[in-house]
Ligand binder design. Structure first.
Ligand code: 3PY
Ligand code: ZN
Length: 633
């Protein structure tokens, strides 16, 4: 029943805003056709070459003559011991104690998670990360951690990139054994958009710890500590680092936002400490924390909570580096930054420039700035390949203090607005987003609460509705499912609850649940789900990673499996081939498993025949092969 309910749950059905992948063909679920992996991969290449990639074809293309990413040469013989070694040898509390003893500012690189989530709508493929992971291990062993997993990367990997997020994690882990891998976990919302039963959250955390996550940044989208405990306890149980996290919103100096004053944050910091956090995360997901406020907040949290503090911010405003430097002066222990080529704008501040700013000061990061530049040059060339997904702002924007959109949501919401024909009305969307926030009682906006505010704002702009009309009891309205879900209490409670008038209007008189949502969700019988899923996939053996992927996103996982049976290990293709197919005469190679490489040469493409099919001729490891695909253009 749980599975059926999950499958029917609106938040599972469509979180996407872009065109579908090639996932609507019935053949996807025709599992009987057994074809070798080479043929499957050729089928994918042929299809993309003939029909284009649905996500990339109508978007800007990579620049002509874009240079290929060059993997930085090693600057030492082998990776020096790093934070991961300390964690493995002495455990999580020792890492937290070690943090407090350090003089240098510890730096986390977010390029592989928030960097591309905030700049490229999360579209970076694993292959581009795994190739450079050994350079991190050898050239930047002093990094505190690399944020590479969780947040939106999990479902985007299955949904749009046709790859397994768990495999990404395992591959990164093995190629970068000395630096801690950090993930972003949305508390009881896992890496999804809704509250999961407690044992699903516990199972997910356990699997993430096994597959390679060392540090879990755990937050709740309404800053409700009560709703974070299950996830935090699971991290502690698995002997990994638990970063209990405060989401920063409002402005501690603004008398009009008195709900979010210094006391609010200090109180929450203490609650997280008492809930067992090793580190206190300060997550400024929209980039609202101003320098003077950062100084005061960090100092107060350090003095009153006593945990090491890890600051995360976004550069949408253009002044986040000033915030980081102020926090550094106030004694923050660690901060997040993105490699230069993936920094700025809706992403994190620039890692190389922060390292430079602190050089030869008492908070010198100890990182090799030339190694940073080498790696950033690699990322610069990688980013160029994803031109189709660039959609951020061209310049810093103080408008962020008005709308308060998280950096990771910004590009997505903009793309969603574009697909609804509202791109030219973006500033109206921004203003409406701010109105909705106030209408909902001034809440922290971060996944999934930010998605709810975004859904409501888009609905209001597209239907020309004002806040006054929405609040008017005499105007009949149907609200987005996500809004109904949140008002029912299914994401938990913000400080002070949601306003009674909006609950009344949305729920049409029904009573909301104000207790912890997980309290009322029965546990899932994991082995029963595994058996049913295996049956549905005609006996395919479901391992723990697959099971946990399915539990988070049933439909997305099944669609992924269907495509995987059709197209095989396309994650191993170069990014250019994945999005644009091949040109006649072009040659590529793809290592589909260790030691097994496909050498692929595209020979020719036929005319479209009477059935509407095209034959594409390849050479695969020196042997001629052809595949036939429909021409859908
Ligand atoms: C996410 O949950 O994906 C976020 O990036 C929140 O900031
Ligand atoms: Zn972020």
């Amino acid at each position: 029943r749980f599975v059926e309910n999950l499958l029917k749950h609106p938040t599972f059905l469509e979180n996407s805003y872009t065109t579908k992948f090639i996932d609507t063909t019935p053949e996807l679920f025709d599992f009987k056709k057994r074809r070798d992996r080479g043929t499957k991969v050729l089928t994918y290449i042929a299809d993309i070459t003939v029909n284009g990639h649905p996500e990339a074809k109508d978007r800007p293309r990579p620049a002509e003559g874009l240079r290929a990413p060059v993997i930085p040469a090693p600057r030492a013989e082998k990776p020096a011991a790093g934070t991961r070694n300390l964690l493995d040898e002495k455990g999580p509390q020792a890492v937290a104690d070690w943090m407090k003893e350090q003089k240098q500012l510890l730096l986390t690189d977010t390029t592989m998670r928030d960097g591309h989530q905030s700049l490229l709508a999360t579209r970076m493929r694993s292959i581009d990360m795994i190739k450079v992971a050994p350079s991190y291990a050898v050239n930047l062993p002093q990094l505190f951690s690399v944020e590479a997993w969780g947040g939106a990367t999990f479902d985007v990997a299955y949904r749009f990139l046709q790859e397994c997020p768990w495999q990404r994690l395992r591959d990164l882990r093995s190629h970068m054994p000395n630096i801690m891998i950090q993930m972003l976990l949305r508390g009881s919302n896992g890496v999804g958009y809704t509250n999961y039963p407690d044992n699903v959250v516990q199972s997910f955390v356990k699997q993430a710890a096994i597959s390679g996550v060392d540090l879990f940044r755990v937050f709740d989208s309404l800053n409700w500590v009560e709703n974070m405990r299950v996830a935090m306890d699971a991290v502690l149980e698995n002997n990994k680092l638990c970063e209990g996290t405060i989401c920063y919103t409002g402005d501690i100096y603004d008398p009009n936002r008195a709900k979010y004053d210094l006391n609010y944050y200090v109180k929450m910091g203490k609650e997280l400490r008492d809930a067992g956090a090793h580190i206190l995360g300060l997550k400024d997901m929209a980039g609202l924390l101003k320098p003077a406020q950062a100084r005061v907040l960090v100092k107060a949290l350090k003095e009153e909570v006593g945990l090491p503090i890890h600051l995360h911010t976004h550069d949408t405003s253009g002044i986040s580096a000033a915030t980081v430097l102020a926090a550094s002066e106030a004694g923050v222990d660690a901060v997040d930054a993105a490699m230069d080529a993936f920094s700025g704008s809706t992403s994190q501040p620039c890692l190389g420039s922060i390292a430079e700013a602190l050089r030869n000061t008492d908070r010198d990061s100890g990182l090799d700035v030339e190694a940073i530049r080498d790696i950033s040059r690699y990322w610069e060339a990688v980013r160029g390949q994803y031109a189709a997904f660039e959609s951020g702002t061209a310049a810093p924007a103080s408008e962020v203090y008005l709308h308060e959109m998280p950096g990771g949501q910004f590009t997505n919401l903009k793309a969603q607005a574009r697909s609804m024909g509202l791109e030219e009305r973006w500033h109206e969307v921004a203003q409406t987003y701010a109105d909705v926030n106030l209408m909902f009682g001034d809440i922290p906006k971060v996944t999934p609460s930010s998605k709810v505010v975004g859904d409501m704002a888009l609905m209001m702009v597209s239907q020309g509705l004002t806040r006054k009309q929405v609040e008017d009891p005499t105007v009949d309205l149907s609200f987005p499912d996500s809004v109904i879900d949140m008002m029912r209490g299914n994401l938990g409670q913000p400080k002070g609850g949601f306003p009674a008038n909006i609950i009344e209007k949305v729920l049409k008189g029904d009573k909301p649940n104000t207790e912890r949502p997980g309290k009322h969700l029965p546990p899932v019988d994991l082995e029963e789900v595994r058996a049913k899923l295996s049956e549905e996939l005609e006996g395919f053996a479901i391992d723990d990673e697959d099971l946990n992927g399915y539990l988070m996103y049933p439909k997305v996982f099944l669609d992924y499996m269907g495509r995987h049976r059709m197209y095989g290990p396309v994650r191993t293709l170069p990014t250019k081939t994945f999005f644009y197919g091949m040109e006649q005469g072009e040659e590529i190679s793809a290592e589909i498993s260790p030691g097994k490489t496909l050498e692929i040469r595209m020979q020719a493409i036929s005319e479209t025949n009477d059935e509407g099919d095209v034959k594409v001729y390849f050479e695969l490891n020196g042997q001629p092969r052809s595949v036939t695909v429909p021409n859908r253009m």
